[in-house]
Design a protein around this ligand. Structure first.
Ligand code: HEC
Ligand code: HEC
Length: 329
């Protein structure tokens, strides 16, 4: 046998061992978020009310963890499905795999300790130690003030139990391995005093997930210099592609010409009984921005977000909001 072949076989063998070793290491050592924290949750009426507000109007947990009615504009959650889960994210929306949003009512989380729920929300690790795919916005929730996380957990415990059991996520190679490395230790912020309007607005935008949808990413990392400049594409089956708006104060392409009143009014007008029931024909423009839920935000919170948005760098970026499915064919 030629020397070169011997060398090649040797090298290949070493490579196989290294790769196998690496895979086993990834599978057993990650995610490594340690045991769930010890947390005590009093469940006072104030705490539950705060949690309900955050889960329904700010961090919008109920947006993904309820059944949504896509025959209506912005897909409002269907009454009586709060926390039930079951939404599917798969190849239809451009994801290499199959991920179910999960049941977070006491039916789903009844046997989880508060610490286990806390760890899942803030670091993306399930009760069984397995990682969550970051459609569940735990990288953002990791910044939440512990008081707010606890308030949400207190509220989840009061949800009406709902039937609904779904298979674990299935991700294609190599995402099934990459996902194990995504959970990171939480970096909680202290919720700023609302009188510190800009800092408070920044905090609210972070935990509301605005930044995630409105900052374009490439291979999972935010594109430098494009903070909140919009253009992230969302593929909606049968509807087409919609793109998030430029929220920077650029006058031509962003929110530069929006007054505070316009900003507040845009959200508030989307949460009226009428706005929550706008029928949308099959194939017509619809949006995944959960307008109806955010519309229930306190006016002062919306004003704080506006104040914060005024302070960020204007970035010219013209976004085409919608390309219809018909135009894509
Ligand atoms: C943008 C959609 C989205 C939002 C918003 C969202 N989640 Fe999730 N969540 C998911 C998906 C999808 C999963 C399942 C991920 C997976 O299986 O990898 C999940 C998983 C979970 C789990 C793990 C449950 C289990 O059985 O493993 C918990 C707990 C949870 N979410 C709670 C919350 C809470 C609390 C909020 C609000 C603070 C929230 N989620 C907001 C999409 C979302
Ligand atoms: C799930 C992704 C997603 C999240 C989360 C999200 N947005 Fe959006 N947003 C979009 C998309 C897509 C559009 C464009 C379609 C539309 O107008 O609904 C949009 C549009 C907007 C517009 C309209 C701009 C215009 O020119 O008409 C504003 C303002 C806005 N978002 C602000 C916010 C704020 C503030 C938050 C957080 C409280 C937020 N968004 C969270 C996806 C998102």
């Amino acid at each position: 046998m030629k020397v070169i072949w011997k060398i090649l076989i040797g090298v290949t063998g070493v490579l196989v061992v290294v790769i196998l070793g690496g895979l086993i290491y990834l599978n057993t050592a990650f995610p490594d978020m340690g045991p769930p924290p010890e947390v005590s949750i009093e469940g006072t009426p104030e705490q539950i009310a705060r949690g309900a507000y955050l889960a329904n109007h700010v961090a919008v947990c109920m947006d993904c963890h309820s059944e949504r009615d896509w025959t209506k504009f912005a897909g409002p959650p269907k009454a009586g499905t709060w926390g039930k889960g079951g939404d599917i994210f798969d190849e239809n929306v451009g994801l290499p795999g199959m991920i179910y949003s999960r049941n977070i009512t006491p039916t789903g989380l009844g046997d989880w300790t508060d610490g286990e729920v806390y760890r899942a929300i803030t670091t993306g690790v399930r009760k069984n130690g397995e990682p969550l795919f970051p459609i569940m916005p735990y990288p953002a929730y990791g910044h939440m003030d512990p008081r707010d996380v606890k308030a949400i957990i207190a509220y989840l415990r009061t949800l009406e139990p709902q039937a609904g059991e779904y298979p674990d996520h299935e991700l294609n190679f190599p995402l099934n391995l990459i996902v194990r490395t995504i959970p990171k230790p939480a970096e909680p912020m202290i919720r700023p005093n609302p009188s510190d309007v800009v800092a408070y607005g920044e905090y609210m935008m972070k935990i509301a997930g605005c930044t995630d949808c409105h900052t374009p990413v490439e291979k999972g990392t935010p594109i430098p210099g494009m903070f909140l400049a919009g253009g992230t594409e969302y593929r909606l089956p049968g509807i087409g592609i919609i793109r998030s708006s430029n929220l920077t104060p650029d006058k031509m392409t962003g929110l530069g010409n929006w007054t505070e009143e316009m900003f507040v009014e845009k959200f508030k007008s989307m949460a009226t009984e009428e706005a929550l029931n706008i029928p949308v024909e099959k194939g017509a423009f619809n949006t995944i921005m959960p307008w109806g839920m955010y519309g229930g935000m306190e006016e002062s919170d919306l004003r704080a977000m506006y104040a914060y948005l005024k302070t960020i760098k204007p970035i010219p970026n013209q976004v085409v909001k919608y390309t219809s499915a018909a135009a894509l064919n």
